[in-house]
Ligand binder design. Structure first.
Ligand SMILES: [Zn+2]
Length: 63
């Protein structure tokens, strides 16, 4: 059994239509929500903003 955090995040992506993290179908370039069929993304807007802010902070600290 190998259930680490990376596997967990790999299982769901954010769906703007369902407004929650959902399981998805993988195609060549995009992933699609299993519930509504709309494209999904890795993070919600809020999460991606937080993620970018963290990256910025690290960048500044490294300089
Ligand atoms: Zn959906």
């Amino acid at each position: 059994m190998n259930m680490d955090i990376r596997d967990y995040y790999g299982e769901t992506k954010w769906c703007d239509h369902c407004r929650e993290y959902v399981h998805f179908l993988m195609s060549v370039n995009r992933s699609y929500c299993v519930h509504c069929g709309n494209p999904v993304r890795l993070f919600s807007k809020e999460d991606s903003r937080r993620f970018n802010a963290d990256v910025q902070k690290k960048k500044w600290r490294a300089v």
